[in-house]
Design a protein around this ligand. Structure first.
Ligand code: GLN
Length: 237
């Protein structure tokens, strides 16, 4: 891995890529390159060692079986833990979000998580499926979150994690809050290529990992159009 470039790792595309999660890698790389930031991207499969020297790690959504396997392999590997202790940023989505916590349920069985976010997930009575919208924690300085959710689990936050957003449509963690953040780790139930609908989150990750206070604005006409369309489709909570 080069030390000159911004290094972005997509964790386990063979297990956690149910909803086009590669989009987040493409969007981050494109938004960095558009600002003249050299980028290297890595797709690390579950039979490979997890590098600990990257700047941003992306972990996506998945079904219960692959989710449980991914958690076991990441726990055994330890590379992601090292990277986070060294200051890496993380975007985690749905199954990837749940498995960063202390525990989660897969196929009715309680599984150990990575303990990197102070959250745990249990089973909901219903599956949460549909448009998700929320007002993001003002400390992050971001516009409202928009996404699509599809999960059976419900997530509860401990005192060392803050909600990413307050739900205004959909379910998120529990119908009240959505996602979590702590340090430079973000977790959300907004599915798959969440950064296509939330490019400001991509820029936050780029700022965290480059130390830049601000980034040159980009033409976000298409994502603004998509955001407007999806906000109109979201049914208020
Ligand atoms: N298996 C998890 C759940 O149903 C995560 C699902 C997902 O990533 N869509 O809660």
């Amino acid at each position: 891995m080069s030390t000159e470039a911004l290094r972005i790792v997509w964790i386990y595309p063979d297990l956690l890529s149910t909803y086009g999660d590669r989009g987040n890698l493409l969007i981050l790389a494109a938004r960095a390159a558009a600002r003249g930031i050299p980028v290297e991207t890595y797709e690390v499969r579950s039979d490979q060692r997890m590098p600990n020297a990257a700047d941003i790690y992306l972990i996506g959504g998945g079904e219960d079986g692959p989710q449980a396997l991914a958690a076991q392999r990441l726990l055994a590997d330890g590379g992601l833990h090292q990277a986070i202790h060294q200051g890496a940023s993380v975007l985690s989505i749905c199954a990837g979000y749940q498995l960063l916590g202390h525990s989660f349920f897969a196929k009715g069985v309680k599984c150990a998580g990575l303990g990197l976010l102070d959250i745990f997930s249990d089973r909901g009575e219903t599956r949460a499926v549909g448009e998700l919208r929320g007002e993001i924690d003002p400390r992050l300085g971001l516009p409202p979150l928009t996404g699509f959710e599809n999960h059976g689990g419900r997530t509860h936050l401990g005192e060392h994690a803050a909600p990413l957003a307050r739900v205004t449509a959909g379910i998120g963690n529990d119908g009240q809050t959505e996602g979590a953040w702590a340090g430079k780790i973000l977790g959300t139930y907004s599915h798959g290529p969440a950064l296509a609908r939330n490019p400001a989150i991509a820029d936050l990750l780029l700022k965290w990992s480059t130390g830049a206070d601000r980034l040159a604005p980009l033409d976000d006409t298409w994502s603004e159009r998509l955001r407007g369309e999806r906000f109109a489709a979201a049914i208020p909570a």
